[in-house]
Write a protein that binds this ligand. Structure first.
Ligand SMILES: Cc1ncc(COP(=O)(O)O)c(C=O)c1O
Length: 444
């Protein structure tokens, strides 16, 4: 039986297939010569505006090149941020039972509700929005937060203006470019003319200076943040909600890493902030909390009170988008999601979160011990390391050459990420310990 190739993490190079598949997806050559004929369909001009390839396939390409160069090296990937630990058995057995039942007359199910199964929507409210007045009818189950980012872009259309944290998860900007909101790419460090970049670095405690931030229709805000690992405090999020209310903006709050928050001063949901129901949408995911990166399951909350300028409720349009462009998450994945939120399942997945947080602690301490400026890692599975005056890609390539460790250059997350490196804490413990040793040896 054909088996999907497994993750690269800690494997010897010869055993990998996955990066080869990824690299094919990002080869951009004009193919006229090879195929001899082309259609008369013009390329979408917005696609032409995209900068390079999507960041993570680029990292996979770097990984593959390194493997070809050093076939016997023991590569450790602290790169794209994919989860590595097995999904707890209580969850996989539920999915297996659900899948097996599909072969029986009684157990067969076809399409489910486009918005997700009621039981799962209710369980999400109970697990993540207890006492926050979120209704299950406001929760839309999805196949992952990344897909919902794009569906929200489709909902909002090309005419809205957007603001993003800089640095930020690349899908916000790339999906804005694809939908036509971004304007043209400028020379100044790769910024798009119509996007407002809100600098978030150590100098402003990773929170934008809202007094000097121009109004935008839509503000993408991720906390805990990928890549900086910073979790916004309640005070910071209160300022953000006030800013959105004063300006009549919509916040798209990405809480994909909310389960990693350890500090009580940092809310896990934007809906913990009074007044947010009129100005915020929240997207979230089972990926990083339950190891569902491959299973695919997430959700979006759109409150009833969120209205467009003409008074029409946003939730009705989002429902329309979901029904038209999606058709609902896999029933098997939803069964798994429900198992994650059972009391036993919840305990099991939270122990995975604890495991990755211990990894973050090991890496953070190792890097700090050799005098590097280290941020993040306390409320997120990412360490953000500063190399003042250096070019991120150079540092990333040097570390790879010297230690066979894959990291991600900060500049891939936005111009303000230049000079930083993102190190992921997703990995088997023995790889994390070895990576910590190799990095300490390199920087001592
Ligand atoms: C901030 C953030 N949002 C969304 C996603 C995508 O999540 P999903 O796997 O649910 O599509 C990621 C994945 O790395 C992420 O880092």
């Amino acid at each position: 039986m054909y088996k999907f190739p497994t993750s690269l993490t800690s494997m010897s190079a010869a055993m990998t297939l996955q990066p080869v598949m990824r690299i094919q997806a990002c080869s951009f050559k004009i193919e006229k010569e090879r195929f001899g004929c082309r259609t008369k369909v013009p390329r979408n001009a917005n696609m032409e505006k995209l900068r390079n390839g999507y960041l993570f396939p680029e990292i996979s390409r770097l990984e593959l090149e390194h493997i070809e160069k050093y076939p016997n090296a023991k590569l450790i990937s602290l790169g794209i941020g994919d989860t590595t630990e097995p999904v707890p058995e209580i969850i996989t057995s539920t999915m297996a039972n659900y899948a097996n039942a599909l072969s029986t007359a009684d157990g067969y199910t076809g399409y489910g509700p486009e918005q997700g199964h009621k039981a799962l929507r209710k369980a999400i409210v109970k697990a993540f929005y207890k006492d926050l007045q979120i209704k299950d009818t406001e929760v839309f189950v999805s196949d992952g937060a990344q897909c919902d980012i794009t569906r929200l872009q489709l909902l909002l259309g090309s005419k809205v203006t957007i603001a993003v944290q800089d640095p930020s998860f690349p899908a916000y900007i790339d999906s804005s470019v694809i939908i036509g909101q971004a304007g043209d790419l400028k020379g100044d460090g790769g910024r798009y003319g119509s996007i407002e970049y809100m600098n978030c670095g150590p100098e402003n405690n990773f929170f934008p200076d809202l007094a000097t931030t121009p109004r935008a229709d839509v503000i993408f805000f991720c906390s805990p943040n990928n890549p900086t690992g910073h979790a916004a405090t309640r005070k910071q999020l209160e300022l953000l909600v006030k800013f959105a209310r004063d300006n009549g903006s919509i916040i798209i709050f990405d809480s994909a890493y909310s389960s990693y928050v350890q500090d009580d001063r940092c809310p896990r949901s934007i809906f913990e902030i009074p007044g947010s129901r009129q100005v915020a949408i929240e997207i979230s995911s089972f990926s990083k909390f339950a190891g569902f990166t491959g299973v695919r399951l997430g959700w979006t909350v759109v409150p009833d009170e969120l209205l467009y300028s003409n008074g029409f409720p946003v939730i009705h349009d989002f429902n329309r988008i979901v029904c038209t462009c999606f058709n609902g998450a896999s029933n098997v994945a939803q069964a798994g999601g429900l198992a994650c939120l059972s009391s036993q399942g919840f305990k099991a997945v939270n122990s995975l979160v604890d495991y990755y947080m211990e990894n973050a602690n090991i890496l953070g301490e190792a890097l700090a011990s050799v005098g590097l400026q280290v941020y993040g890692g306390a409320n997120a599975p990412y360490i953000w390391v500063h190399f003042p005056g250096s070019i991120s890609w150079d540092v990333c390539k040097d570390i790879l050459e010297e230690t066979h460790i894959i990291t991600v250059p900060g500049s891939g997350f936005g111009p303000s990420g230049e000079g930083f490196l993102r190190i992921s804490a997703f990995g088997h413990r023995e790889c994390i310990l070895e990576a910590a040793d190799r990095l300490k040896t390199l920087f001592l």
